[in-house]
Design a protein around this ligand. Structure first.
Ligand code: TYD
Length: 139
């Protein structure tokens, strides 16, 4: 797998935020507010304290990750470098490019992690072993 992207291509996007004292609203429109076509949406919740999720790589899939409630940290790794971004605002989305390894950790109590994904679920797009990911990203 020749990595086309690096962790430096994975950026925090500012999403729209409408609101006043009655509350706030964030809108994500397909291909306008997200730089890919959204094919799947899922969310993680009821995550026990100290638990980690998402320890895997993707070959083609790209995603936007939003802490719609609470906070957590996302580590992205391209096989050469890694960085950790804290998500704690419902109007910030972390864009993860294809070919990255990612880990989600340090969930606050009540955190909800929304994931907008560019592909339908396909286990063949996953790399679940970090050593294998490193070998693929260096090949
Ligand atoms: P997994 O991707 O391992 O979760 P995480 O990386 O967040 O820890 O998914 C957990 C289980 O759910 C696994 O058996 C695959 C299944 N799953 C689906 O069937 N469809 C999906 O869209 C997702 C995200 C997971």
């Amino acid at each position: 797998m020749k990595a086309k992207f690096t962790i430096h291509d994975c950026a925090l996007l500012n999403l729209s935020q409408l609101g006043d004292r009655h509350g706030h609203l964030t809108i994500i429109e397909n291909e306008q507010d997200v730089p890919f076509e959204i094919k799947r949406v899922y969310y993680l919740y009821d995550i026990p304290g100290g638990e980690s999720r998402g320890g895997h790589g993707h070959i083609h899939l790209e995603s936007l990750i939003v802490a719609v409630s609470g906070s957590f940290d996302v580590t992205v790794d391209d096989g050469h470098e890694r960085k950790t971004i804290s998500l704690n605002r419902p109007y910030h989305g972390l864009h993860i490019k294809p070919g990255m390894w990612r880990e989600l950790h340090n969930f606050s109590s009540g955190a909800v992690c929304l994931v907008l994904a560019s592909e339908l679920y396909n286990e063949e797009d996953y790399i679940r072993n970090y050593q294998q990911y490193l070998e693929l990203s260096h090949s």
